[in-house]
Each structure stands twice: as C-alpha cells, then as structure tokens.
Design a binder for this molecule. Structure first.
Ligand SMILES: NC(=O)c1ccc[n+]([C@@H]2O[C@H](COP(=O)([O-])OP(=O)(O)OC[C@H]3O[C@@H](n4cnc5c(N)ncnc54)[C@H](O)[C@@H]3O)[C@@H](O)[C@H]2O)c1
Length: 259
C-alpha cells in the first residue's frame, strides 16, 4: 500500500464499488485495490462478485463480495453497515451500477423510465447517503459517480440521458455540501466502452459486437472504442488522496471531445 493512500493513522482506506461484478465496475475495483484500497465489490448477486474478489485477493489485496440492490434503501443501509463491520468504514464510493432500457420516447414505458432512473440516480443517492456519515467521521471522502456522454442527449435514451445528466447535478451538489468535511465528489462520463452493456446494445440493433465496435471506432477521434480500464484510470485519479482539490467536476472519457 502506498503511504499516500493510507488514512491518518496509516490504516488502509476502504472503497465500495457498485455494479462491480463485471465491466467498468470490476476493472475499477481491481484498479482501486492495486492503488491500496480495501474494496467492497457490490452487485445485485453476491455470488457474481466472486471473480472480481478473487482477482483482487490473488494479487494480495483485500476484498469483500456484497450482494445488494442499490435501489432498495434497506439493502443499501445493511450493505454499507456490513462493509463497515467486515472491511472497515467506507470512505471511497464509486457509483457505477447501471442498466439500460433504451426506447424511443413514444415506445418508452413507465417501467423503462423508473428502472433506469431508479438504478442510476436513486441508487447513487442511497449509496452516497449511507456512506457519507463514515466519510464525515473520517474527515475524508471520495465519491465518484458514472455519468455518460449520453448526458448530452442521445436518441432512444431519454431515460438514461436524464439519469446521467442528473448524476452531474447530484455530483456538483455533493461537492458543495460535503467539501468542508474533506469529501470530494466528481463524475466520470464515458463514451463507448466495450462491456456487456454495449454488447447488449449491439445485439438489440441486430449487429455483431465486433462490427458494432468497428463502426463506433470510426466516429471516435482516437479511432478505437474504450476499454473498462480506460475508465478505471480516470476514476483512480478522482478517488486518490492526492485529488483533494478537484471537486464537482465531470471528466469525459470518450477518446476525444464531444459535440
Ligand atoms: N459501457 C459503456 O459504453 C458506458 C458508457 C457510459 C457510461 N457507462 C456507465 O458505466 C457504468 C457501468 O457500465 P458497464 O458498461 O460496465 O455495464 P455492465 O452492464 O457491464 O455492468 C453493470 C453492473 O451493474 C450491476 N447492476 C445493475 N443494476 C444494479 C442494482 N440495482 N444494484 C446493484 N448492481 C446493479 C449489474 O449487475 C452489472 O454487474 C454504468 O453506470 C453505465 O451506465 C457505460
């Protein structure tokens, strides 16, 4: 563990990464453990977190699998209490859990809307509220939430764009409310990242994933799609002890500027 990533008494700081069974969340959990954090790997199904936990522990890190639906306040409070008891007080939170329910507005159901707003926005609210008391007690905290390039507007994603734009307002508000407690809040807004989420989108539009990625890459200035590690690198900066004067920011991680 690097000394810069330890608390005042030299203890290992504890991070919670939601939606960490796979994709960007898994890569972030592994990266944060490599940075010296103990990591709670949280996802809907505790058993699905085993692979991420094993990757971390095999490299000598500390990790805990936690099953929790981030839209359920009771489950969130119980999960955060369990993390505090078994791993230590969580002072780093990555709000990453997410789902898509894409549809054009005239076909979007109330359930499509509620599900997406529930996981991304209510989930980030409930997790942040549950973790902030530990951060305030520690006089240190880092909240990093996943926004998206879709926050700028994206056809077929009225629900998701609203949620990801909402994450930006939520982040800036946390930065203002919690800064005096040593807590920063920032958002990372990825463009196209190769994960199960984008693979599902390819399947939905009837394209093979390789063709879908190749087509997307032609529209990206660096001429490739992103990998989960590209996003994990940006999150690693925001959650580091060194980033204490950077707060309320949104960093697009999209291989180029966005229109
Ligand atoms: N992949 C991309 O191109 C992309 C781009 C921009 C933003 N993002 C955002 O990054 C985050 C991660 O995306 P990904 O591509 O890795 O997705 P993914 O679908 O591969 O993984 C999402 C994870 O979240 C978990 N999850 C879903 N609902 C949950 C709930 N209620 N409680 C707990 N966990 C839940 C899932 O089980 C899954 O493990 C999401 O917030 C997504 O919106 C992704």
């Amino acid at each position: 563990m690097s000394t810069t990533e330890a608390g005042a008494a030299g203890e290992q700081r504890v991070a919670v990464v939601t939606g960490a069974a796979r994709g960007i969340g898994a890569a972030t959990a592994v990266r944060l453990a490599a940075e010296g954090r103990a990591v709670a790997v949280l996802d809907l199904d505790e058993a699905a977190c085993a692979g991420t936990v094993e990757t971390i522990t095999a490299a000598g890190g500390r990790a805990l699998a936690v099953g929790c639906d981030v839209t359920d306040a009771g489950q969130v409070d119980a999960a955060v209490a369990r993390v505090a008891g078994e791993l230590g007080a969580p002072v780093v939170l990555v709000n990453n859990a997410g789902v898509l329910r894409d549809n054009l507005l005239f076909k979007m159901s109330e359930s499509d809307w509620d599900t997406v707003l529930g996981v991304h926005l209510k989930g980030a609210f409930l997790m942040s509220r549950a973790c902030q008391k530990h951060m305030v007690d520690a006089g240190f905290g880092r909240v990093v939430s996943l926004s998206s390039s879709s926050a700028l507007g994206n056809r077929g994603q009225a629900n998701y764009a609203a949620a990801k734009a909402g994450i930006q307002g939520f982040t800036k508000t946390l930065a203002k409310e919690l800064g005096k407690f040593g807590i920063t809040a920032n958002a990372v807004a990825p463009g196209f990242i190769a994960t199960d989420m984008t693979a599902a989108t390819a399947a939905r539009v009837g394209m093979g994933f390789e063709d879908f990625k190749a087509a997307a890459a032609t529209q990206i200035p660096v001429q490739r799609v992103g990998e989960p590690e590209d996003v994990a690198d940006a999150i690693a900066f925001f959650q580091s002890d060194r980033a204490g004067f950077v707060s309320g920011q949104v960093l697009y991680v999209a291989g180029g500027p966005l229109d």
